[in-house]
Ligand binder design. Sequence first.
Ligand code: KG4
Ligand code: ZN
Length: 334
Amino acid sequence: MSAIILGIESSCDDTAAAVIQDGKVLSNVVSVQEAHRAYGGVVPEVASREHQAHIVPVVDLAIKRAGVSRDSLSAVAFTRGPGLIGSLIVGMTFAKGLALSLNIPLIEVNHMVAHVLAHFAEKPYPSFPFLCLTVSGGHTQIVLVRDYLDMEVIGRTLDDAAGEAFDKTGKLLGLDYPAGPHIDRLAQQGEARFEFPEPRIEGLDFSFSGLKTSILYFLKRNLKKDPQFIEKNIADISASVQQRIVSILMNKLEQAAEKTGIREVAVAGGVSANSELRRNMEQRGKALGWNTFIPKFEYCTDNAAMIAVTGYYKFLKGEFTGHGVEPVARWRGK
Ligand code: KG4
Ligand code: ZN
């Protein structure tokens, strides 16, 4: 019998649903919430209300595009955490209701595990064990992946996440939220001629708060001399910031590969959409003899295919969730 899994993702500001059959993606629908742009960041209360408005049409569309009937679903997987509690509640409650009405299993999924398993949405798959640099708006981790559901975080950020470093810098530069894609685009017309310091952090952990502070002082200093400094140099500033964020990430990833002896190296999460990071993964990976895995854009940023894929591997192991489950904002479970 084939397994058809519906995945639901609502951890932050995107409402997403996807259907996969025996590990193959049949549909992957994302509704991006535009309402936060004006506020320069995600407003939790607004996100919850937007999820409520979008969840039914998004799930409907995912099932329709997959070309399957609702009754043929084998299980419903949903994001239990980490994320914004109000956002998580909407996806979870909907998932519970649907699983109950169809009398099929409910499967909880950890959003960060799912970012890693997004690599199994489409071939070629990495082979175990592999390293995955997981970089999103809320997390920065180096994960040692022994098996689908057997992972260990061997490096993490001590303060801001890599995506946050992009977003907070963007805010200083007057760019819309989320600023990562804007900095990426501007950097392509610029030259990385400004030097920002690389933090000295022991081991495989990261830190980005020092970088943010040095950018702030750099801008203050230069704006005093020339009030138009940002407008005149935005492409070069973007290129410089981007280059430093990417070099911080790549240096730690390189250390992790050296330390573990693992040459299967992947990148995941929203920041893996960054073109400079993708280029570095390919070029440095080649020079170091890595097998590199860079997901398609649609599997980098938040999506439900990754939730459905994770749900599928849990389904195969019979790892189901009771209806008493509650979402967890800072969840470290699997
Ligand atoms: O994984 P994701 O979609 O959501 C979270 O789970 O956080 O990641 C969102 C983050 C944001 O910080 C956004 O600025 C960043 O990913 N991002 C990028 C790019 N596209 C998205 N950062 C740099 N360059 C990009 N092209
Ligand atoms: Zn994410």
